[in-house]
Write a protein that binds this ligand. Structure first.
Ligand SMILES: NC(=O)C1=CN([C@@H]2O[C@H](COP(=O)(O)OP(=O)(O)OC[C@H]3O[C@@H](n4cnc5c(N)ncnc54)[C@H](OP(=O)(O)O)[C@@H]3O)[C@@H](O)[C@H]2O)C=CC1
Ligand SMILES: CC(=O)[C@@H](O)[C@H](O)COP(=O)(O)O
Ligand SMILES: [Mn+2]
Length: 381
């Protein structure tokens, strides 16, 4: 029985993780969960899976929750409580399904407590990949990918030697505006941007898919998770999202992982690793229903966010921190109707252009750059 702490329990990944826990009661116990503000989503999870501890964003949410749940549950609030929660002795596995760089400190706390981590929270690896990787190596902690492309690569690499990898190929659906020209992107609406062709996900990542920043973040995520140089990470448009990613080896053998677009499959993979457990929450992959799979190169001119992410990743230092913070803030402004769709890439470009790169930022410097970048993006718009 694995005792699980689920961070971001009310989000898209969080709710699907609770489905997996509920479907496998003899393997998993939801020991604790954390969320921000959405009590309506949290309540049924609490009632069904009965965690011993719940952490919420602030005291206001805590007060509201106390009056709405019964039972012997300890409730805490705030980021410090989140950091403490992941270090509890009873915890076997931390699922980090938080959104954004707010996940950085709890990740470091979990690593230092030598907890295994199932990792969805890609912004944390983008903003401070060098720190997370160094700590994970130092404490001998596995970061088990939940992100579908990285779960695919992880499976392609099982039993393989890193020196035999020629390149990784991360597939991209193209997002909501895959077939639009640059001119056609002028004035697109939030409602249209939020219609992902293949996946049902949280709002921020759905917008990231539409700008192709999601793939950029995933390239940086792959660099840190699998320790591969950027020159060996390619992105390929594949509109069906059936092949989740591939690895080509030096002898030109290519391994690919396929599956239906159901995030509960990679979530369960991370939770049960190194074992596999029967999955029957959805029907399996039926390739005949697709008939043909499509592949296409994508251009940096059409998708400048991908270009900026590769550049920021290659330059390293504090550049990925700026990339991530500017993107998080710009996407929020877009979702609040304060900037238009193309304003997202412009905000990121402006921040990267102005930033004086720092070679090897420590945690305090990263947190400061993150906050300063966000403030500047907000001030400009
Ligand atoms: N959704 C998907 O299919 C996929 C997501 N990912 C990655 O997984 C991560 C989560 O994505 P997704 O589930 O879509 O995001 P959501 O926006 O749906 O969920 C985010 C979760 O984080 C919680 N949260 C945010 N801020 C805080 C805070 N300060 N304290 C405590 N909890 C907080 C939210 O709580 P509340 O809402 O209650 O405020 C919510 O539970 C992202 O990094 C994303 O890129 C990766 C692959 C696929
Ligand atoms: C489900 C998942 O892992 C998402 O990150 C997904 O990959 C988004 O799709 P695209 O970014 O390829 O549109
Ligand atoms: Mn993904």
């Amino acid at each position: 029985m694995k005792n699980i702490v689920l961070l971001g329990a009310t989000g898209s990944i969080g709710v699907q993780t609770s489905d997996i826990i509920e479907a496998n009661p003899s393997e998993f116990n939801l020991y604790a969960m954390a969320f921000g503000t959405r009590i309506d989503v949290a309540k049924p999870i609490i009632e069904c899976l009965k965690p011993s501890i719940v952490v919420v964003k602030d005291d206001l949410v805590k007060e509201q929750l106390i009056h709405q749940i019964d039972g012997n549950i300890s409730i805490y609030s705030g980021l410090d409580a989140l950091n403490e929660l992941v270090t509890q002795p009873d915890v076997d596995l931390v699922v980090n399904a938080l959104l954004g760089s707010v996940g950085l400190k709890p990740t470091l706390a979990a690593i230092r407590a030598q907890k295994q981590i199932a990792f969805a929270n890609k912004e944390t690896l983008v903003t401070a990949g060098h720190l997370v990787k160094a700590e994970a190596d130092r404490y001998g902690v596995d970061l088990l990918p939940v992100d579908s492309e990285h779960a695919a690569i992880h499976q392609c690499l099982r039993g393989e030697s890193p020196s035999e990898i020629k390149r990784m190929v991360i597939t991209a659906s193209g997002g909501s505006f895959r077939d639009y020209t640059r001119d056609e992107l002028v004035g697109v609406t939030k409602e249209d941007a939020l219609k992902h062709p293949n996946w049902s996900m949280g709002a921020k990542i759905t917008i990231d898919s539409a700008t192709m920043m999601n793939k950029g973040l995933e390239v940086i995520e792959a660099h840190w998770l699998f320790d591969v140089p950027y020159a060996q990470i390619d992105v390929l448009m594949h509109k069906e999202s059936v092949i989740h990613s591939m690895v080509e080896f030096v002898d030109q053998n290519v391994m690919a992982q396929l599956g239906t677009p159901d995030m509960r499959i990679p979530i369960q993979y991370a939770l049960t690793y190194p074992d596999r457990t029967t999955y029957n929450l959805s029907s399996g992959l039926d390739l005949t229903s697709f008939g043909t799979l499509h592949f296409q190169d994508l251009s940096f001119d059409r998708f400048p966010c991908l270009d900026m992410a590769y550049q920021a990743g290659r330059e390293g230092g504090s550049m990925p921190t700026v990339l991530n913070a500017a993107n998080e803030e710009a996407v929020q402004l877009f979702l609040n109707d304060q900037i238009d769709f193309l304003g997202i890439e412009k905000a990121i470009y402006d921040e990267l252009a102005e930033h004086q790169r720092i070679e090897s930022p420590n945690l305090d410097t990263i947190l400061e750059i993150d906050q300063e970048t966000r403030k500047r993006v907000r001030r400009r718009h």
